[in-house]
Write a protein that binds this ligand. Structure first.
Ligand SMILES: [Zn+2]
Length: 258
């Protein structure tokens, strides 16, 4: 199984890196997590064929995490896709996603392929492929906006994911609201934490150390101007922690035993 970072940038658009998105891939299944703006270019830049993606999981409805979805589906159609595409999201997000496609003039009946929208529920494990099981838990990322929803139609759902395959349990934080969200999956004893770094400081992340073996942390979703400070902070870690925290870059690929 391979985990490939498609984009590691924060919400700030970068000319060097794409918005955050990762691809989990084994020999016959590819699962893309999040589809931010320009995800089609991000995939092309890493030579990933649009129609090799079997499933998409959307963590939340911020532009840097989902606004590339209509463009990606359009590309799949233009490439004459015939395989079914599965789109997973929390049950409270499905209707908004469907409206987003409809409002982009993407009519499901007109597509060359079928889309299955699969509604997930908090704390209820779902299978994305034969090998990959996922649990989603709501984090506090969007809670601060709740007073602004004058139309009363948003759920403020932002999902953190536990990706479970073989002996690997990866906590993918998506976007978070604060430190306690980094511990959302602790009950599952994660072996790897992929932590966004846009809404939390390195000093807070460092409080997670020491980590139980073989737990590691990979930092992603950071802006270009944060790179020097993040690199310096990682280098200044005590020797025993130096390989515990890594900074992801677009294209970074990790291999896992299943
Ligand atoms: Zn966000």
């Amino acid at each position: 199984m391979k985990l490939q970072f498609i984009g590691t940038a924060s919400a700030k658009t970068s000319l060097k890196r794409f918005h955050s998105s990762v691809l989990l891939k084994d020999k016959d299944q590819s699962i893309l997590i999040d589809t931010g703006e320009a995800v089609t270019k991000a995939l092309l830049s890493q030579y990933i064929y649009f129609n090799s993606i079997d499933s998409i999981i959307i963590t939340h409805l911020h532009a840097d995490h989902y606004s590339g979805l209509p463009a990606l589906i359009t590309q799949m159609h233009l490439d004459n896709r015939t395989e079914v595409l599965n789109i997973y999201a929390d049950i409270t997000l499905i209707e908004n996603l469907q409206d987003f496609l409809y409002n982009s003039y993407i009519f499901l009946k007109r597509l060359s392929f079928q889309i299955n929208f699969i509604a997930t529920e908090v704390n209820v494990e779902f299978s994305v492929s034969e090998n990959v099981k996922v649990v989603s838990i709501n984090n506090s990322h969007l809670k601060k906006y709740s007073d602004f929803d004058v139309k009363k139609r948003l759920s403020f759902t932002s999902s953190s994911l536990l990706l479970n395959f073989g002996n690997n349990r990866i906590h993918y934080s998506g976007d978070i609201g604060g430190f306690s969200d980094l511990q959302l999956m602790d009950k599952f004893n994660p072996t790897l934490l992929i932590a966004e770094t846009a809404h939390i400081t390195f000093s807070e992340i460092k409080q997670l150390l020491p980590l139980p073996f073989p737990h590691k942390i990979i930092l992603t979703h950071y802006s270009d101007e944060d790179i020097p400070e993040l690199k310096k902070s990682i280098l200044s870690l005590p020797d025993e922690f130096e390989d515990k925290i890594l900074l992801a870059e677009d294209g970074l690929t990790l291999n896992f035993q299943v």
